[in-house]
Design a protein around this ligand. Structure first.
Ligand code: SF4
Ligand SMILES: [Zn+2]
Length: 382
């Protein structure tokens, strides 16, 4: 097995390409009068079928993305490109968002996103962090607040501060992009810039202060085959629970605007995973712990998402998507038994296909890519 050092040339090239994409991304304009995005979903919360609020505040822009960032991520295109959003702006977006939605939902669970790191003062002001968490925990009926951040910012001092802002018994949960347990896949294919030690330390800090930890696990990062993707997601879920994460969100990769994955997708060098692959990962990890299926809460929203590549039929994908939603509510894998389809055989056959080595694939795909052309297409449509 090759190590990270053997991939330094590829990593360097990937970094160069993602940075070029970020440098050409146009700025996004939002309004302090409303959140950037607001969704109400059904989910399983402590065994109950409840409404959950997903509220996204305008991102300053992830600091990691400023230097290039992750290959699949398009958050930068919905952000202020690193110009820090004022605390008052975020607090106002939060307040108007919850004021309009809370009375209608009675939800016990509020998830606050800003597509970066909530606890990084450079992206999200200290005052906004404390005020928003305090306000969130004062809302009648709210039992859990989820935020997210890169492992490098999850340090004892900061977690203690955030924990003090939340009023018990409301619990705090922090989502962390674990993505893949394999260092090569996480560091090269995803360009995550975080080694396992960072993740381990972050989980320990959260545990110390009684904060729940949630691991985001990617299904099918770029350059990875469908079969490798399934095996890696299963291994990552196992590793996440072994490291001490309380729960996992399986994130089938989708195509985000202004990302390296989108550039690959447009050249036919990437396609999101089959829905059957999601079902397979869930079947193989059932019973290990609390697992949700995510992948659609992003801002800006992805343009192309996971589906079954069943010619001339959308109803097949619709049926499986329904069962994935049902799984999130019931946590019962039997929901997948009620439907099968002839395209399952195509999916299974595809898993057998022979692959070049990861290094060869990365070089071949990147060699076929013109980032200048992609950027021109994004800016002018040609
Ligand atoms: S996935 Fe997260 S860490 Fe990576 S660039 Fe996007 S916001 Fe930043
Ligand atoms: Zn089908």
């Amino acid at each position: 097995m090759k190590g990270l050092k053997d991939f330094s040339r590829e990593l360097c090239l990937i970094n160069k390409l993602v940075l070029k994409i970020r440098k050409n991304t146009p700025i996004s304009i939002g309004s302090w009068r409303k959140p950037a995005n607001l969704l109400i979903k059904r989910d399983c919360y402590k065994g109950r079928n409840v409404s959950v609020i997903d509220l996204t505040l305008t991102p300053t822009g992830c600091e990691w993305a400023k230097t290039g960032g992750c290959t699949m991520c398009g958050e930068w295109s919905g952000s202020r490109l690193g110009k820090k959003v004022d605390a008052k702006y975020h607090i106002s977006q939060f307040a108007t968002g919850v004021a309009n939605i809370i009375p209608k939902t009675g939800s016990p669970w509020l998830r606050i996103y800003q597509e970066g790191s909530f606890m990084n003062n450079a992206e999200f002001d200290n005052l906004a962090q404390a005020t928003i968490l305090r306000l969130a925990s004062l809302i009648k009926g709210i039992e859990r607040v989820t935020i997210e951040g890169r492992a490098q910012y999850i340090k004892d001092k900061k977690i203690k501060e955030l924990k003090e802002a939340i009023i018990p018994p409301v619990e705090l949960e922090v989502g962390i992009g674990f993505e893949a347990q394999d260092e090569l896949i996480r560091m090269v294919c995803v360009n995550k810039g975080l080694v396992k030690k960072h993740l381990y330390n972050a989980v320990n800090s959260l545990r110390k202060y009684g904060v729940r930890s949630l691991a985001y696990v990617l299904l099918k990062p770029p350059f990875v085959s469908e079969k490798e993707a399934i095996d890696e997601a299963v291994a990552t879920i196992k590793e996440a629970f072994r490291l001490g994460f309380d729960s996992v969100s399986l994130e089938p990769l989708s195509v985000h605007p202004w990302s390296l994955v989108e550039a690959l997708y447009l050249k036919g060098l990437y396609k999101p995973p089959w829905l059957w692959s999601i079902v397979e990962v869930i079947n193989q990890t059932d019973g290990l712990g609390e697992i949700r299926i995510g992948g659609c809460e992003y801002y800006p929203p992805p343009e192309v998402v996971s589906r079954n590549y069943h010619k001339n039929s959308n109803s097949c994908s619709k049926r499986v998507l329904e069962s994935l939603k049902e799984y999130n509510i019931s946590q019962d894998i039997n929901v997948f038994n009620s439907f099968t389809c002839k395209c399952r055989a195509d999916w299974e056959n595809g898993l057998e296909s022979k692959q070049d080595s990861l290094k060869t694939r990365i070089n071949r795909y990147l060699g076929n890519l013109s980032i200048d052309k992609y950027i021109r297409y994004k800016l002018d449509g040609n």
